[in-house]
Design a binder for this molecule. Structure first.
Ligand code: KG4
Ligand code: ZN
Length: 331
């Protein structure tokens, strides 16, 4: 079976073809970052209009790269939400039109399930059960994953998501949107120990997170210092160290409390090199293993949607809507 995946939830148009036997056949992506850069954030109207322009050429390109024709596609999977309404509608419309014209099934995929399952596209891949840390621009959640559609929420952020905190802090430091990656790069030049930031909810005794206070602490630091390149880098490093400390500590304790030995990281912040290094080191120390998606599948993409669609097709959508209730819709 070949599934065509369509992702249009925010500012990336992602298309992919996934074969249930041979794996990922092709994937294409167009990022609108440059369009939104000058506004310091995503402009929903511009995002929707650009998805309309990109979606068909990207589908054609994906088919060409996979060396198949449209009639060979057996099912359509598109991102149903959460995301920007106008942007999501583009994917829903093109997906429904293709499903209607080709007379094939259509699967509405939860964006977060796509992220959650994206590490399973890599080899070696984790086996169920595992603990997943979902760290994106809109979400920060720890989830116990017992199987496809069997998700138990262990904890989540009570305010900002980790990626959102990276982006807002980057903006305070004068970096372009989305600032997570730029902030991580700036932090590479920072001196550790010059600034000490709080670790919110470190000892809360649960698996919840809070990042908005950290952003406020950075804002206070910036007000009280003359921001040279080096000071900016030192602040970026202090911020990144605080976020990584909290994410790593809570993930490890979720793993141990649940008696599991596989940790899966998903979502855009999973591209952070220092977070990866820290988790590799700490899971190894306790005899556990950490799995990450390929860098290109950390942020939004069509491959994770095609893959989630293929898994659901094989599971025949059992209890699907019910099993998605663990993902809190915040955007
Ligand atoms: O998963 P994603 O593409 O979007 C959502 O579904 O929200 O994640 C995007 C987030 C942004 O906040 C971005 O700044 C952050 O991931 N991000 C990073 C890095 N690369 C992307 N954060 C920290 N370090 C990075 N290297
Ligand atoms: Zn996403």
């Amino acid at each position: 079976m070949i599934v065509l995946g369509i992702e249009t939830s925010c500012d990336e148009t992602g298309i992919a073809l996934y074969h249930t036997k041979y794996g990922l056949l092709s994937h294409t992506l167009y990022s609108q970052t440059e369009i939104h850069n000058e506004y310091g954030g995503v402009v929903p109207e511009l995002a929707s209009r650009d998805h309309i322009r990109r979606v068909i050429p990207l589908i054609k390109q994906a088919l060409k790269e996979a060396n198949i024709c449209l009639k060979e596609v057996n099912a359509i999977a598109y991102t149903q939400g959460p995301g920007l309404a106008g942007a999501l509608l583009v994917g829903a419309c093109i997906g429904s039109a293709l499903s209607f014209a080709l007379e094939i099934p259509i699967l509405n995929i939860h964006h977060l399930e796509g992220h959650l399952l994206s590490p399973l596209l890599s080899t070696p891949s984790p086996t169920f059960p595992f603990v997943a840390l979902l760290v994106s621009g809109g979400h920060t959640q720890l989830i116990k994953v017992n199987g496809i559609g069997e998700y138990i929420l262990l904890g989540e952020t009570v305010d900002d998501a980790a990626g959102e905190a990276f982006d807002k802090t980057a903006k305070l430091l004068g970096l372009d949107y989305p600032g997570g990656r730029a902030l991580a790069e700036l932090a590479e030049q920072g001196q550790s120990g010059r600034f000490k930031l709080p670790r919110p909810m470190r000892y809360s005794g649960d698996f919840n997170f809070s990042f908005s206070g950290l952003k406020t602490a950075v804002s206070t630091l910036i007000k009280n210092h003359h921001i040279t390149q080096q000071t900016g880098a030192d602040i970026a490093l202090a911020f990144q160290e605080a976020v990584i400390d909290i994410l790593a500590e809570k993930s490890l304790s979720a793993l141990m409390q649940n008696g599991l030995s596989q940790l899966v990281i998903a979502g855009g912040v999973g591209a952070n090199i220092q977070l990866r290094k820290r988790l590799v080191r700490e899971t190894t120390n306790i005899g556990a293993t950490v799995f990450f998606p390929e860098f290109e599948f950390c942020t939004d993409n069509g491959a994770m949607i095609a893959f989630a669609g293929a898994m659901r097709l094989q599971q025949q959508e059992i209890n699907y809507q019910h099993s998605m209730s663990c993902f809190t819709v915040r955007a």
